[in-house]
Design a protein around this ligand. Structure first.
Ligand code: CTP
Ligand code: MG
Length: 230
């Protein structure tokens, strides 16, 4: 089933501490954002990409898209102050109200096609679908440095992107969040707060978000593994 994807790419990468937007950092000599875009470029079901970027980085992104022959970026829109604002700007540029739209972090270059397709399938049958993996760590609720309780791990999932919805549903959720000045930590939370049922699709632990410098070491290792065909 076909879909569009909105890719927020307008962050500053502060925690990566690279002195630039982390999406320009080369991994195996290719910028992070190109790894991410290539996944969708190579998927025939992807009808187009909408990229949200900082105003002063538009030309840098355009140059990279040309250099690496990415052909399915339909539009480049301005990012906003928060990720949520960047995503909303991107969603407004998706051309078809009935389409399934994915939201995927530019900083997650290791997403795989089979997981994308399972997600699109689930989103087409439900009110929303998100990629997640079971938590590995034990999580405790803590107050003033003292453990309050151990949260039952079997019900805890670590949520990733992509997250997928019918465009009309996610646009409405973003509009309502803006009206209520609600800032969520992901897009799904904006849909959940309207009482809708969002389904989980099992992802994999390699779909990390490149956030802090150690993540680059892991990222290089994942690419080295792919090179060996494992
Ligand atoms: N993002 C965005 N607009 C913002 C903030 C973030 O489009 N105002 C994007 C980032 O470019 C990234 C994704 O959202 O692809 C996930 O955000 P995050 O990992 O937090 O990236 P940064 O905000 O760049 O990093 P940091 O929070 O460390 O500054
Ligand atoms: Mg951020």
């Amino acid at each position: 089933m076909d879909y569009y994807v909105v890719i927020p790419a307008a962050g500053q990468g502060k925690r990566m501490n690279a002195g630039m937007n982390k999406l320009f950092i080369p991994l195996n000599q290719i910028p992070v954002i190109i790894h991410t875009l290539n996944v969708f470029e190579q998927d025939e079901h992807c009808k187009g990409v909408i990229l949200a970027v900082n105003e002063n980085e538009v030309n840098l992104f355009i140059e990279l898209i040309r250099k690496y022959h990415i052909k399915n970026v339909l539009k480049i829109v301005n990012g906003g102050k928060e990720r949520q604002n960047s995503v909303y700007n991107g969603l407004k540029a998706v051309p078809d109200e009935d389409a399934i739209v994915l939201i995927h972090d530019g900083a997650r270059p290791f997403i795989k096609q089979p997981i994308i397709h399972k997600l699109v399938n689930s989103a087409s049958r439900n009110e929303g679908a998100i990629v997640a993996v079971p938590m590995k760590d034990t999580i405790k609720a803590v107050q003033n440095n003292i453990v309050e309780k151990t949260v039952e791990r079997s019900s805890l999932w670590s949520v990733q992107t992509p997250q997928a919805f019918r465009l009309s549903v996610i646009l409405d959720a973003h509009q309502k969040a803006e009206d209520d000045q609600f800032l969520g930590t992901d897009d799904s939370s904006l849909v959940e707060r309207l009482g809708k049922k969002v389904h989980i699709v099992l992802g994999d632990y390699e779909n990390i978000k490149l956030t802090t410098p150690e993540d680059l070491i892991y990222g290089e290792a994942i690419l080295a593994k792919y090179k060996k065909g494992r």
